[in-house]
Write a protein that binds this ligand. Structure first.
Ligand code: PEP
Ligand code: MN
Length: 362
């Protein structure tokens, strides 16, 4: 019995020794990782790994077999590599680890990310001044600041209405100025960014362009807030990296917008990934909005999904409104008319107040 006790004590010591050594090894791997990052070198080097394994197994006198030793060391190598990846993630400019406090973006006095709910409302596409102005008046009457409208429309079919281009931006600005609103509009071509700066207060980058890296870089090079939409099939990690492209060029004023992802479900146009909202809020310091129009593609689901967005902690909601949706040149099935919009906002404001009351009580 005494022998057993003694052996166990020795084993405990060896365990601690191994622990100390693998952590010592991990520190070295982290240092190597930093050098590799600086030199843009790939973290995983299979040739180097093979050399290390050969060196180790050639010195192995047992009792473990070569294959067992290889297996154990490969696990240690893998864990170290993951550690490097964690460090890399930690270093992302958009990550909460980098900047714990929320980013608040001031758009003509509307402070996105300040804890209040903000709305981005307007037609799918700019069709005429009269059309946009009617929506702008309704938006203003609800105390909303951000007017949206598509001037450059990235349509799935090349034969569908492509938008009015710069003329559309001019219309948006004229209607927004009349009512003291800010303009949010999508830009699809990096060459248009400079010109758009005269008309828009927020550059929207659409789902189809979330990984258009040249566009992301061009938006990152200017001093204008960007509303970045999640790609149709983008993972949350890809979405965060797209935001990082913008931030890495110096523009940190980014609003993330969940707009539904493609799944096998056909009941809605896309599947609203509502859990992306708290994940993005945890992982990044950026404000997060939910576009209920494109995520559902169904008028009857706009209000319930917007309520879900508020309940889960979104900083804002985007929705499309058209004075006469039946004749809209795009997305006619899913835009709200103005009476429906009025009801939509009233319901959401009421819910917002209830959420705030509960928050105060807690
Ligand atoms: C839009 O908001 O006008 C739009 C085209 O949305 P998405 O890029 O999300 O499809
Ligand atoms: Mn649309």
């Amino acid at each position: 019995m005494k022998d057993l006790e003694q052996l166990r004590e020795q084993l405990d010591d060896v365990n601690l020794e191994i622990l100390k050594l693998i952590n010592q090894r991990a520190l070295l791997v982290q240092d190597i990782g930093q050098i590799k990052t600086k030199q843009s070198m790939k973290r995983f080097d299979p040739v180097r790994e093979r050399d290390m394994l050969d060196q180790i197994t050639s010195q192995n006198d047992g009792p473990f077999e070569k294959a067992t030793i290889e297996h154990i060391f490969k696990e240690i190598f893998k864990a170290s590599l993951e550690l490097q990846e964690d460090d890399h993630r930690k270093a992302l400019l958009v990550s909460r680890k980098k900047k714990p406090e929320d980013t608040i973006i001031d758009i003509k006095g509307a402070k996105i990310g300040d804890g209040n709910t903000h709305y981005v409302i307007g037609p799918c596409a700019v069709e005429s001044y009269e059309q946009v102005e009617k929506v702008a008046a309704a938006v203003k009457s609800k105390g909303i600041k951000l007017l949206r409208g598509g001037a450059f429309k990235p349509r799935t079919s090349p034969y569908d209405f492509q938008g009015l281009g710069i003329e559309g931006l001019q219309i948006l600005k004229r209607a927004a100025d009349k009512h003291g609103l800010a303009v949010v509009s999508e830009i699809v071509n990096p060459a248009h960014i400079e010109e758009a700066l005269d008309y828009v207060d927020v550059i929207q980058i659409g789902a189809r362009n979330m990984q258009n890296f040249e566009l992301l870089k061009a938006a990152g090079d200017v001093n204008k807030p960007v509303l970045l939409k999640r790609g149709l099939s983008a993972t949350i990690s890809e979405f965060i990296n797209a935001a990082e492209y913008i931030n890495s060029r110096g523009n940190g004023n980014i609003i993330l917008c969940e707009r539904g992802i493609r799944t096998y479900e056909k009941a809605t146009r896309n599947t609203l990934d509502i859990s992306a909202v708290p994940i993005l809020k945890q992982e990044t310091h950026l404000p997060v909005m939910v576009d209920v129009t494109h995520s559902t593609g169904r008028r009857d689901l706009l209000l319930p999904t917007a309520k879900a967005a508020l309940a889960i902690g979104a900083d804002g909601v985007m929705a499309e409104v058209h004075p006469d949706p039946a004749v809209a040149l795009s997305d006619s099935a899913q835009q709200m008319d103005i009476p429906m919009f009025d009801h939509f906002i009233e319901e959401l404001k009421e819910m917002d107040q209830r959420i705030k009351l509960v928050g105060e009580k807690n």
